[in-house]
Design a protein around this ligand. Structure first.
Ligand code: NAP
Length: 250
């Protein structure tokens, strides 16, 4: 992706997704800012991008709902003419809990958003970008987590397991479409300063755990976004099936 392209970012309205949208727009790409519920945040971000000369479109869709995902991709192509890249960024955590405390509803919700949602979006992207389907190729980046390796005991093993599933999907899908013009990679963030920790009932989580990070601090969404933009770009033309940690050390 060296020239202007259309980049769809799920959960692009806040946190890491918003940083990716801003950076992609600043690089000259048209961005689709998908969101689930908070239309205000998505509209504000798109207005900011447009005010600085960029192209941005806010589209609502719950990635866990198949019909909404299909509509999201159809609308992207209808309004922007094509699709060149997908960032599977939408993800949720739950309140800290042990496995012996988890409800079936919570586990189902976690996997519906983080795993099913990412699969549905990847499917729709491949259907539009793969040369096998008459597309021009493209790139997919899955936002996973260091939790996939660490397992997140006592906090959210269900979340960690959902991200491990996404790491495996990255490897398998990358191999599946490697000769169809599509590269598929993962970015695995460590502790990043966003609202996700408050949504899981731990607003001070990054500060509390900062000492455990080799670099001694949490990361900023922009630091993750720069890795994503590199993987989407032609600079990473021979990189597929890889997982890039952005975590201040391991
Ligand atoms: P965040 O600040 O909580 O933002 C989440 C975004 O996802 C929002 O735009 C939200 O939209 C959207 N979203 C949530 N559920 C959705 C659904 N069902 N369908 C579509 N969009 C949905 O999260 P973040 O910290 O930026 O995290 C982004 C990704 O990075 C996630 O996959 C997360 O697991 C991963 N990650 C984060 C960290 C970290 O420390 N922050 C570390 C490792 C990995 P609404 O505003 O409409 O709700």
């Amino acid at each position: 992706m060296s020239q202007a392209h259309v980049v769809l970012i799920t959960g692009g309205s806040r946190g890491i997704g918003a940083a990716i949208a801003r950076l992609a727009a600043a690089a000259g790409h048209a961005v689709v800012v998908n969101y689930a519920r908070q239309a205000d945040a998505a509209q504000r971000l798109c207005a900011d991008i447009v005010a600085t000369g960029g192209q941005a479109l806010a589209l609502q869709a719950d990635v866990a709902q198949e019909a909404e995902v299909v509509h999201l991709f159809d609308e992207t192509v209808r309004q922007l003419g094509r699709l060149d890249a997908l960032v599977n960024n939408a993800g949720v955590v739950g309140p800290a809990a042990r496995v012996d405390e988890l409800s079936a509803e919570r586990i189902t919700r976690m996997f519906a958003t983080n795993v099913l949602g990412s699969f549905l979006c990847a499917r729709e992207a491949v259907r539009r970008m793969s040369t096998r389907h008459g597309g021009a190729g493209g790139a997919i980046v899955n936002i996973t987590s260091r939790a996939a390796d660490l397992g997140s005991p006592g906090e959210y093993v269900d979340y960690a397991a959902s991200k491990a599933a996404l790491e495996t999907m990255t490897v398998g899908l990358a191999r599946e479409v490697a000769r169809e013009g599509i590269r598929v990679n993962a970015v695995s963030p460590g502790l990043i300063n966003t609202g996700i920790h408050a949504s899981g009932g731990q607003p001070d989580r990054v500060q509390r755990f900062a000492d455990r990070i080799p670099m001694g601090r949490g990361g900023e969404p922009e630091e993750v976004a720069r890795a994503v933009l590199w993987l989407l770009s032609d600079q990473a033309s021979y990189v597929t099936g890889a997982s890039l940690e952005v975590s201040g050390g391991r």
